[in-house]
Design a protein around this ligand. Structure first.
Ligand SMILES: Nc1ncnc2c1ncn2[C@@H]1O[C@H](COP(=O)(O)OP(=O)(O)O)[C@@H](O)[C@H]1O
Ligand SMILES: [Mg+2]
Length: 362
């Protein structure tokens, strides 16, 4: 998928900009706070109808304005021209149109315009709690297929209802009905998470080797209470405890993904450079999965390219993503000369945009 042109109006510090992009590497350079990440975020809105940062729609409307509108023209790898328009007004909310037709559900858009983001914020995947990693894998698998999101919604609503029920001293029969519903949704979620993580593991290992020269081994392991028993069995075993605590203490809402380096936790034993390389390898594996499921090469956003990486590693990364299996790329960096030198070293062709105070110029 190639984004050919984009028009951005009243989005964060961008007032009114029209850009024509190249199908290859697009670089955005400018000082801190200039609006480079904001441009990538506008592209993310077209692909997934939400911010890539943890921002609400209301927060990304330009201060003192009522609405934003982002309009993009894409060329699909299959040769179709697609127009996507994402608009939001403070009063009446968000609308998303594909080729002039408004979606009934925003979630129908998910998966058709694949996008992968590498950004300094990824480090939260390593440093933060399991919830962050569950959110990541949920978003990824939802983009690959529809049933997963449906199972996830079923699981979460049933879980909430069961927790409410536990506060009202319910009958055993009543609880059993909820346990069966939870068990069904949990099995679907568990199987899919296991499958996708197993698919990703060798790809992450491979990319990590390519980026780091293959010295250390790294690991990516799915950890779930359902590894040892079905959720039905686990719920029965923890029933007394759940009654006392008034919430459901077992299930896939407690799953985690364990990242390791040389068999030790990546968070404690990986250097900053190793952690960053791991995250890039993970994102490139995500890229491959999305490319396979959608039949489109995703757009790759590399925000703050040099974050925690030296020039050698960045050049290695650029050589890697400059290959045939990758498509359009958008890069940001605050140091134009460093970026140009490294792109030159990697032998890459690119288009350079200068960003100043929310304005973009060639
Ligand atoms: N809703 C908003 N309205 C106006 N300006 C905003 C809004 N949200 C963020 N900004 C501005 O955007 C700038 C940050 O842009 P960003 O793209 O993150 O910079 P960088 O070029 O460093 O990536 C800041 O100056 C910030 O004040
Ligand atoms: Mg930035």
């Amino acid at each position: 998928m190639i984004l050919d042109t984009i028009s951005i109006i009243n989005f964060k510090n961008i007032c009114d900009e029209q850009l024509t992009l190249t199908p290859g590497i697009n670089c955005f350079v400018g000082n801190n706070g200039a609006g480079k990440t904001n441009i990538l975020d506008a592209v993310h809105y077209l692909a997934l109808a939400r911010s890539m940062q943890t921002l609400s729609d209301n927060q990304v409307v330009r201060h003192d304005e009522e609405s934003f509108i982002i309009d993009g023209k894409f060329n699909s790898d299959g040769g179709r021209i697609e127009q996507v328009v994402c608009g939001y007004t403070r009063r009446s909310g968000k609308t998303l149109k594909r080729n002039g037709k408004e979606y009934d559900k925003l979630s129908d858009h998910v998966g058709h315009f694949p996008i992968v983001v590498v950004s300094p914020a990824d480090s939260a995947l390593i440093s933060d709690s399991a919830e962050e990693r569950r959110r990541y894998i949920n978003r990824l698998i939802s983009q690959i297929g529809r049933q997963y999101l449906a199972a996830l919604i079923r699981y979460n609503t049933t879980l909430q209802e069961r927790n409410k029920l536990l506060k009202t001293s319910p009958s055993e029969e009543m609880l059993l009905i909820y346990d069966q519903m939870l068990d069904m949704a949990a099995t679907a979620i568990y199987n899919r998470r296991k499958e996708v993580i197993a698919q990703m593991r060798p790809i992450v290992e491979e990319y990590y080797k390519l980026l780091c020269g293959g010295r250390e081994t790294i690991g990516l392991d799915y950890r779930s209470e359902l590894d040892s028993a079905t959720l039905g069995e686990l719920l029965l075993a923890s029933r007394q405890r759940d009654f006392v605590n008034e919430f459901t203490s077992v299930g896939v809402h407690r799953d985690d993904i364990i990242f390791t380096i040389g068999d030790y936790p990546l968070r404690k034993y990986g250097s900053q450079g190793q952690q960053k390389s791991f995250l890039i390898a993970l994102k490139l594996a995500e890229y491959q999965l999305l490319a396979e499921s959608s039949g489109e090469r995703p757009i790759l956003l590399l925000d703050d390219l040099f974050d925690k990486l030296d020039m050698g590693r960045v050049a290695e990364l650029l050589r890697l993503v400059g290959g045939e299996s990758f498509g359009q790329i958008m890069i940001t960096d605050c140091n134009k000369h460093r970026l140009q030198r490294t792109l030159g070293e990697a032998g890459a062709e690119y288009q350079l945009f200068h960003v100043t105070n929310g304005k973009v110029e060639l």
